[in-house]
Design a binder for this molecule. Structure first.
Ligand SMILES: CC(C)(COP(=O)(O)OP(=O)(O)OC[C@H]1O[C@@H](n2cnc3c(N)ncnc32)[C@H](O)[C@@H]1OP(=O)(O)O)[C@@H](O)C(=O)NCCC(=O)NCCS
Length: 156
């Protein structure tokens, strides 16, 4: 694979099925699951519907090999606008070739154009590829976050 052959572009309606199916392959293992978000059709269609400008794809010769998608968050009483990179995925067949990097850099540019001043990502603590990737991109202050569950169906 030649990195010069990779094109990063805005996602369109015709890309959604391919993004979804690539995500099914990429977000399968336990360590990329996330308690409050699950990869399903609605992640793709919902984000495309609400904020299509933050959905981009990577392709080689017309074949989708990666995607990034996210959202912006404006907090009350804060002048800052935050960007959240919600899903970033690269086809394992072309991993570690710089495609995640290209997607991230384009995503960051789009966020900057929108006036976003801080980007956020989250991933499971044991997702080492993603953690290494984000630290390499300059993310800092990883914060432990404890999730707890309460089973409301359990009868005492
Ligand atoms: C994280 C991910 C997007 C990186 O994509 P990529 O195209 O392989 O990344 P790049 O080639 O641009 O960057 C590679 C860097 O990422 C890190 N990295 C990627 N895969 C890694 C692995 N298996 N182990 C350790 N570090 C890894 C390294 O820092 C690496 O740099 P190096 O090759 O110089 O050591 C990809 O591994 C992926 O899709 N993972 C599954 C989905 C996921 O966890 N997404 C993030 C949370 S939404």
């Amino acid at each position: 694979m030649n990195i010069e052959d990779v094109e990063i572009r805005a996602a369109g309606i015709d890309d959604l099925a391919a993004i979804f199916h690539l995500g099914e392959r990429v977000f399968t293992s336990q360590d990329v699951s996330n308690l409050y978000r699950t990869w399903d059709e609605y992640e793709v269609t919902g984000l495309f519907n609400s904020e299509p400008e933050y959905m981009i794809v990577a392709e080689i010769d017309g074949r989708g090999v990666g995607f990034a998608m996210g959202t912006t968050i404006n907090k009350a009483r804060s002048a800052w606008s935050y960007g959240h990179l919600v899903w970033l995925g690269v086809d394992p067949a072309v991993a570690r070739a710089g495609i995640g990097d290209m997607l991230f850099e384009r995503f960051k540019e789009i966020m900057q154009e929108q006036g976003v001043r801080m980007l956020m990502v989250d991933t499971q603590a044991d997702n080492e590829p993603a953690t290494a990737f984000f630290i390499r991109k300059g993310f800092e202050n990883p914060t432990d976050h404890v999730y707890m569950t309460l089973n409301l169906q359990k009868e005492d």
